[in-house]
Design a protein around this ligand. Structure first.
Ligand code: A2P
Length: 282
């Protein structure tokens, strides 16, 4: 047979499905700057709550080589280690190489993931203490979204304080809803213990839009206002452990404050009193 094929019968060329590709199962847009999504998790993939992986999309085809390379960035896994899917929380940067495209993903799309989780915002990097502080700005909330749903967080500490500083009130919604949902999470209440969520003290603040609490957490701690409102003693190396995740300036400022309070930085290889990681920015 040598007939011409009707145009409609010609298969559309598709990029080959990469071995590391996962399928998007849910996308939620929180503001014009923020979105979260869930995707399938490889059955063999293990990680510790708080770790990050490299994820992304295929880049454009290089005109010279005719080939496309994956465009990958480090993303904290926002879901806990026991979840059968993976969740991520991302900023949308209009001209960001990855997020300008990633923000348009839909259910059923494929995301490339290198399944090698790493990171320092893990329980293993901290020595035992009484109170655990999570300090986040913007999408730096992501690893804490994982750790707040991790049973070990409540087994290891009497109290868990999560501070989240964002520009606007809308940027707090993902975190606020996640924390409020813990009260009604039957599975977690059964596994960790009824009322485990009462150990959480949530301290959200905004800096560029009116909300119940205005100001940078760094200033609110330095002035003593945050301690007074939370009803806790100032940070001390005997009782307090901390994890920091936000933009670079924030991380450095808070790190200096914790050091001044006498806390030492820990790592997987040498656990200590606090750990820090930069939030993903495209
Ligand atoms: P501000 O509005 O005063 O800059 P971004 O979206 O730029 O990553 O910022 C997220 C939040 O982190 C904003 O509320 C911002 O406040 C705050 N922030 C930025 N730098 C610092 C810092 N050095 N210390 C405390 N908060 C900071």
């Amino acid at each position: 047979m040598n007939e011409m094929m009707p145009v409609s019968d010609i298969a559309t060329p598709k990029l080959p499905t990469l071995p590391d590709a996962q399928t998007v199962t849910q996308v939620t847009h929180w503001t014009d700057r923020l979105f979260s999504f869930r995707m399938t998790r490889p059955a063999s993939m293990r990680f510790r709550s708080g770790e990050f992986v490299m994820i992304g999309l295929m880049g454009d085809v290089n005109e010279k080589t005719g080939k496309a390379k994956p465009l990958l960035r480090a993303y904290s896994i926002a879901s806990p280690s026991w979840d059968e899917e993976l969740e991520f929380y991302s900023i949308k940067v209009p001209d960001g190489p990855l997020t300008s495209r990633l923000q348009h993903i839909k259910v059923g799309d494929e995301i490339i993931m290198r399944p090698k989780p790493v990171g320092t915002l893990v329980h293993d990097a901290l020595i035992p203490g009484k109170r655990l502080w999570f300090f986040a700005t913007g999408t730096g909330f992501a690893p804490f979204a994982s750790l707040l749903r991790e049973p070990q967080t409540y087994e290891d500490y009497d109290e868990v304080i999560i501070t989240h500083t964002c520009r606007t009130a809308g940027e707090l919604t993902y975190g606020r809803e996640l924390i409020e949902a813990l009260e009604h999470d039957e599975m977690l209440n059964e596994v960790i213990g009824e009322g485990f969520w009462k150990k959480i003290k949530y301290y959200p603040t905004t800096t560029r839009e009116q909300s119940a609490k205005m100001g940078r957490i760094t200033d609110l701690i330095n002035s003593g206002e945050a301690y007074a409102e939370l009803g806790v003693e100032p940070l001390c190396p005997q009782n307090d452990r901390a994890m920091i995740c936000g933009n670079l300036a924030f991380n450095l400022e808070l790190k200096a404050m914790l050091e001044a309070a006498g806390l030492e930085e820990g790592a997987n290889s040498k656990p200590a009193q606090y750990v820090v990681e930069k939030a993903f920015l495209d």
